[in-house]
Design a protein around this ligand. Sequence first.
Ligand code: URA
Length: 285
Amino acid sequence: LAGRRVVPPRLPRVPSADTVVIVGEAPGETEERQATPFVGDSGIELHAGTDAVGLAWSGLHLTNTILCRPPNNKLDVYLRGLNGPSPVTCCAPRLERELRPYRKIITVGATSLQALTGTRSTITAVRGSAMELDGKKLLPTIHPAFVLRQPRWRRWFRFDLARALRWFAGNLDWAPPKIHRQPSPEQLRVFLARPSKVWAWDLETEWRGALDARIYCCGIGTADGSRVAMVHLLSIDGQTLLYKRSDLGEIHRILAEFWQSPTWVKLGQNSIAFDAATVRARWAP
Ligand code: URA
Protein backbone atom coordinates (compact mmCIF):
# COMPACT_ATOMS: atom_id res chain seq x y z
CA LEU A 1 0.00 0.00 0.00
CA ALA A 2 3.04 2.23 -0.25
CA GLY A 3 2.19 5.61 -1.71
CA ARG A 4 -1.43 5.59 -0.54
CA ARG A 5 -2.72 8.25 1.77
CA VAL A 6 -2.14 7.53 5.47
CA VAL A 7 -5.18 8.06 7.69
CA PRO A 8 -3.67 8.79 11.11
CA PRO A 9 -5.39 7.80 14.38
CA ARG A 10 -7.84 10.29 15.88
CA LEU A 11 -6.55 11.09 19.35
CA PRO A 12 -8.79 11.90 22.30
CA ARG A 13 -8.90 15.38 23.72
CA VAL A 14 -7.17 14.31 26.91
CA PRO A 15 -5.35 11.02 26.43
CA SER A 16 -4.75 8.93 29.53
CA ALA A 17 -4.23 5.31 30.48
CA ASP A 18 -8.00 5.15 31.01
CA THR A 19 -8.80 6.23 27.46
CA VAL A 20 -10.82 3.65 25.54
CA VAL A 21 -9.24 2.73 22.20
CA ILE A 22 -11.33 1.45 19.32
CA VAL A 23 -9.42 -0.48 16.69
CA GLY A 24 -11.06 -0.94 13.28
CA GLU A 25 -9.85 -2.59 10.14
CA ALA A 26 -8.81 -0.05 7.55
CA PRO A 27 -9.97 3.40 6.51
CA GLY A 28 -12.75 3.56 3.93
CA GLU A 29 -13.16 6.02 1.12
CA THR A 30 -14.62 8.82 3.26
CA GLU A 31 -11.93 8.33 5.89
CA GLU A 32 -9.22 8.49 3.24
CA ARG A 33 -10.67 11.69 1.79
CA GLN A 34 -10.92 13.36 5.20
CA ALA A 35 -7.77 11.72 6.62
CA THR A 36 -9.75 10.85 9.76
CA PRO A 37 -10.84 7.39 10.94
CA PHE A 38 -14.49 6.47 11.36
CA VAL A 39 -16.12 9.44 9.69
CA GLY A 40 -18.03 7.48 6.99
CA ASP A 41 -21.13 5.29 7.38
CA SER A 42 -19.40 2.76 9.68
CA GLY A 43 -18.19 5.62 11.83
CA ILE A 44 -21.72 6.99 12.12
CA GLU A 45 -22.98 3.58 13.23
CA LEU A 46 -20.12 3.26 15.71
CA HIS A 47 -20.72 6.78 17.01
CA ALA A 48 -24.43 6.01 17.56
CA GLY A 49 -23.43 2.85 19.43
CA THR A 50 -20.93 4.56 21.71
CA ASP A 51 -23.44 7.36 22.39
CA ALA A 52 -26.08 4.78 23.28
CA VAL A 53 -23.88 3.26 25.99
CA GLY A 54 -22.60 6.58 27.31
CA LEU A 55 -19.09 6.61 25.85
CA ALA A 56 -18.12 10.13 24.79
CA TRP A 57 -16.84 10.13 21.19
CA SER A 58 -14.37 12.93 21.89
CA GLY A 59 -12.77 10.86 24.65
CA LEU A 60 -11.97 7.89 22.41
CA HIS A 61 -8.76 7.02 20.65
CA LEU A 62 -9.84 5.83 17.19
CA THR A 63 -7.47 3.85 15.05
CA ASN A 64 -7.22 1.07 12.49
CA THR A 65 -5.27 -2.12 12.02
CA ILE A 66 -3.81 -0.61 8.88
CA LEU A 67 -3.72 3.11 8.23
CA CYS A 68 -4.12 3.08 4.43
CA ARG A 69 -7.15 2.15 2.39
CA PRO A 70 -6.51 -0.80 0.12
CA PRO A 71 -7.52 -0.06 -3.49
CA ASN A 72 -11.25 -0.81 -3.98
CA ASN A 73 -11.40 -1.80 -0.29
CA LYS A 74 -10.07 -5.20 -1.35
CA LEU A 75 -8.23 -5.84 1.89
CA ASP A 76 -8.80 -9.59 1.70
CA VAL A 77 -6.58 -9.83 -1.37
CA TYR A 78 -3.78 -8.16 0.57
CA LEU A 79 -4.42 -10.17 3.73
CA ARG A 80 -3.83 -13.35 1.78
CA GLY A 81 -0.48 -11.92 0.78
CA LEU A 82 -1.31 -12.13 -2.92
CA ASN A 83 0.24 -8.72 -3.59
CA GLY A 84 3.35 -9.11 -1.49
CA PRO A 85 3.63 -8.95 2.31
CA SER A 86 0.39 -8.38 4.19
CA PRO A 87 -0.15 -4.74 5.23
CA VAL A 88 -1.43 -6.04 8.56
CA THR A 89 2.01 -7.51 9.22
CA CYS A 90 3.69 -4.29 8.07
CA CYS A 91 1.46 -2.17 10.31
CA ALA A 92 1.67 -4.46 13.37
CA PRO A 93 4.70 -2.78 15.03
CA ARG A 94 3.03 0.62 14.61
CA LEU A 95 -0.21 -0.66 16.13
CA GLU A 96 1.65 -2.27 19.00
CA ARG A 97 3.50 0.98 19.74
CA GLU A 98 0.33 3.01 19.43
CA LEU A 99 -1.52 0.86 21.97
CA ARG A 100 1.33 0.79 24.49
CA PRO A 101 0.11 3.70 26.71
CA TYR A 102 -3.43 2.29 26.91
CA ARG A 103 -5.11 -0.57 28.75
CA LYS A 104 -8.73 -0.54 27.50
CA ILE A 105 -9.27 -1.74 23.97
CA ILE A 106 -12.33 -2.55 21.87
CA THR A 107 -11.68 -4.24 18.55
CA VAL A 108 -14.41 -4.06 15.92
CA GLY A 109 -14.47 -6.81 13.29
CA ALA A 110 -12.26 -9.85 12.82
CA THR A 111 -9.18 -8.22 11.29
CA SER A 112 -8.18 -6.12 14.29
CA LEU A 113 -8.81 -8.94 16.78
CA GLN A 114 -6.79 -11.31 14.64
CA ALA A 115 -3.96 -8.80 14.28
CA LEU A 116 -3.76 -8.33 18.05
CA THR A 117 -4.33 -11.87 19.32
CA GLY A 118 -3.62 -14.14 16.35
CA THR A 119 -6.96 -15.91 16.91
CA ARG A 120 -8.51 -17.87 14.07
CA SER A 121 -11.96 -17.95 15.70
CA THR A 122 -14.81 -16.30 13.86
CA ILE A 123 -15.79 -12.94 15.29
CA THR A 124 -19.37 -14.05 15.98
CA ALA A 125 -17.99 -16.86 18.17
CA VAL A 126 -15.82 -14.63 20.35
CA ARG A 127 -17.58 -11.27 20.28
CA GLY A 128 -18.45 -9.96 23.73
CA SER A 129 -15.79 -12.05 25.50
CA ALA A 130 -13.75 -10.25 28.13
CA MET A 131 -10.08 -10.85 27.25
CA GLU A 132 -6.72 -9.88 28.66
CA LEU A 133 -3.77 -9.11 26.46
CA ASP A 134 -0.35 -8.17 27.82
CA GLY A 135 -1.94 -6.67 30.94
CA LYS A 136 -4.55 -4.76 28.92
CA LYS A 137 -8.29 -5.37 28.89
CA LEU A 138 -9.69 -6.20 25.47
CA LEU A 139 -13.22 -6.81 24.31
CA PRO A 140 -13.91 -7.74 20.69
CA THR A 141 -17.16 -7.04 18.90
CA ILE A 142 -18.48 -7.09 15.37
CA HIS A 143 -17.68 -4.38 12.83
CA PRO A 144 -20.19 -1.52 12.45
CA ALA A 145 -20.18 -2.14 8.67
CA PHE A 146 -21.60 -5.59 9.43
CA VAL A 147 -24.28 -3.96 11.60
CA LEU A 148 -25.21 -1.72 8.67
CA ARG A 149 -25.64 -4.77 6.46
CA GLN A 150 -27.43 -6.81 9.15
CA PRO A 151 -29.32 -4.40 11.42
CA ARG A 152 -30.61 -7.20 13.65
CA TRP A 153 -27.06 -7.34 15.03
CA ARG A 154 -27.26 -3.73 16.25
CA ARG A 155 -28.51 -4.67 19.70
CA TRP A 156 -25.66 -7.16 20.13
CA PHE A 157 -23.13 -4.61 18.94
CA ARG A 158 -24.36 -2.17 21.57
CA PHE A 159 -24.65 -4.91 24.15
CA ASP A 160 -20.94 -5.65 23.57
CA LEU A 161 -19.98 -1.97 23.85
CA ALA A 162 -21.83 -1.73 27.17
CA ARG A 163 -20.20 -4.96 28.31
CA ALA A 164 -16.77 -3.58 27.42
CA LEU A 165 -17.41 -0.65 29.76
CA ARG A 166 -18.36 -3.01 32.57
CA TRP A 167 -15.23 -5.06 31.89
CA PHE A 168 -13.04 -1.96 31.92
CA ALA A 169 -14.64 -0.75 35.16
CA GLY A 170 -14.07 -4.12 36.83
CA ASN A 171 -17.78 -4.85 37.10
CA LEU A 172 -17.89 -8.14 35.23
CA ASP A 173 -16.62 -10.18 38.12
CA TRP A 174 -18.94 -12.89 39.30
CA ALA A 175 -19.09 -13.73 42.98
CA PRO A 176 -20.42 -17.15 43.99
CA PRO A 177 -23.83 -16.98 45.70
CA LYS A 178 -24.45 -17.75 49.33
CA ILE A 179 -25.98 -21.20 49.19
CA HIS A 180 -28.63 -22.13 51.75
CA ARG A 181 -28.48 -25.92 51.70
CA GLN A 182 -31.46 -27.85 52.98
CA PRO A 183 -33.19 -24.88 54.63
CA SER A 184 -35.69 -25.63 57.36
CA PRO A 185 -39.28 -24.49 56.61
CA GLU A 186 -38.62 -21.38 58.69
CA GLN A 187 -35.35 -20.63 56.83
CA LEU A 188 -37.01 -21.19 53.45
CA ARG A 189 -39.76 -18.71 54.35
CA VAL A 190 -37.14 -16.13 55.37
CA PHE A 191 -35.21 -16.80 52.13
CA LEU A 192 -38.31 -16.19 49.99
CA ALA A 193 -39.46 -13.19 52.01
CA ARG A 194 -36.49 -11.05 51.02
CA PRO A 195 -37.48 -9.50 47.70
CA SER A 196 -35.92 -10.29 44.33
CA LYS A 197 -37.10 -8.96 40.97
CA VAL A 198 -37.21 -12.46 39.53
CA TRP A 199 -36.49 -15.89 40.92
CA ALA A 200 -34.58 -18.48 38.93
CA TRP A 201 -35.49 -22.07 39.57
CA ASP A 202 -34.61 -25.54 38.41
CA LEU A 203 -35.55 -29.08 39.36
CA GLU A 204 -33.64 -32.32 39.30
CA THR A 205 -36.02 -35.22 38.82
CA GLU A 206 -35.83 -38.86 38.01
CA TRP A 207 -35.88 -39.66 34.32
CA ARG A 208 -39.46 -40.66 33.54
CA GLY A 209 -42.77 -39.05 32.64
CA ALA A 210 -43.00 -35.47 33.83
CA LEU A 211 -46.30 -35.98 35.65
CA ASP A 212 -45.12 -38.67 38.03
CA ALA A 213 -41.33 -38.14 38.06
CA ARG A 214 -40.06 -37.93 41.61
CA ILE A 215 -38.18 -34.75 42.48
CA TYR A 216 -34.72 -35.08 43.94
CA CYS A 217 -33.95 -31.47 44.37
CA CYS A 218 -35.24 -27.99 43.74
CA GLY A 219 -33.01 -24.93 43.45
CA ILE A 220 -34.20 -21.34 43.72
CA GLY A 221 -31.95 -18.32 43.18
CA THR A 222 -32.30 -14.54 43.30
CA ALA A 223 -31.96 -12.26 40.27
CA ASP A 224 -28.70 -10.69 41.44
CA GLY A 225 -27.12 -14.13 41.84
CA SER A 226 -26.31 -13.51 45.49
CA ARG A 227 -28.51 -16.15 47.15
CA VAL A 228 -29.53 -19.69 46.32
CA ALA A 229 -31.69 -22.16 48.25
CA MET A 230 -31.10 -25.85 47.58
CA VAL A 231 -34.06 -27.91 48.72
CA HIS A 232 -32.99 -31.56 48.66
CA LEU A 233 -36.09 -33.72 48.84
CA LEU A 234 -34.96 -37.20 47.89
CA SER A 235 -31.64 -39.02 48.06
CA ILE A 236 -30.13 -40.38 44.85
CA ASP A 237 -31.03 -43.85 46.14
CA GLY A 238 -34.56 -42.83 45.13
CA GLN A 239 -35.88 -43.91 48.56
CA THR A 240 -34.58 -41.83 51.42
CA LEU A 241 -36.45 -38.63 52.16
CA LEU A 242 -33.99 -35.92 53.13
CA TYR A 243 -36.39 -33.89 55.27
CA LYS A 244 -37.90 -35.09 58.51
CA ARG A 245 -41.49 -36.11 57.92
CA SER A 246 -42.58 -33.38 60.35
CA ASP A 247 -40.95 -30.70 58.13
CA LEU A 248 -41.78 -32.17 54.74
CA GLY A 249 -45.43 -31.11 54.69
CA GLU A 250 -44.49 -27.52 55.48
CA ILE A 251 -41.72 -27.48 52.84
CA HIS A 252 -44.23 -28.65 50.22
CA ARG A 253 -46.73 -26.01 51.35
CA ILE A 254 -44.13 -23.26 50.97
CA LEU A 255 -43.08 -24.50 47.53
CA ALA A 256 -46.72 -24.74 46.43
CA GLU A 257 -47.23 -21.15 47.54
CA PHE A 258 -44.06 -20.10 45.70
CA TRP A 259 -45.29 -21.57 42.41
CA GLN A 260 -48.90 -20.54 42.75
CA SER A 261 -48.45 -16.96 43.81
CA PRO A 262 -47.62 -14.14 41.37
CA THR A 263 -45.73 -12.48 44.24
CA TRP A 264 -42.66 -14.34 43.01
CA VAL A 265 -41.85 -13.72 39.34
CA LYS A 266 -40.25 -16.94 38.17
CA LEU A 267 -37.74 -17.79 35.46
CA GLY A 268 -37.09 -21.48 35.02
CA GLN A 269 -34.51 -23.58 33.29
CA ASN A 270 -36.49 -25.69 30.79
CA SER A 271 -39.58 -24.34 32.46
CA ILE A 272 -41.97 -24.37 29.52
CA ALA A 273 -41.67 -28.12 29.13
CA PHE A 274 -40.79 -30.95 31.44
CA ASP A 275 -40.18 -29.06 34.66
CA ALA A 276 -43.30 -26.93 34.25
CA ALA A 277 -45.43 -30.06 33.93
CA THR A 278 -43.75 -31.57 36.97
CA VAL A 279 -44.31 -28.44 39.05
CA ARG A 280 -47.92 -28.26 37.95
CA ALA A 281 -48.52 -31.87 38.82
CA ARG A 282 -46.90 -31.54 42.24
CA TRP A 283 -47.40 -28.06 43.57
CA ALA A 284 -49.54 -25.91 41.36
CA PRO A 285 -52.45 -27.85 39.87
N1 URA B 1 -14.00 1.02 8.91
C1 URA B 1 -12.92 0.83 9.67
O1 URA B 1 -12.60 -0.27 10.04
N2 URA B 1 -12.21 1.90 10.01
C2 URA B 1 -12.53 3.12 9.65
O2 URA B 1 -11.84 4.02 10.01
C3 URA B 1 -13.68 3.29 8.87
C4 URA B 1 -14.40 2.22 8.51
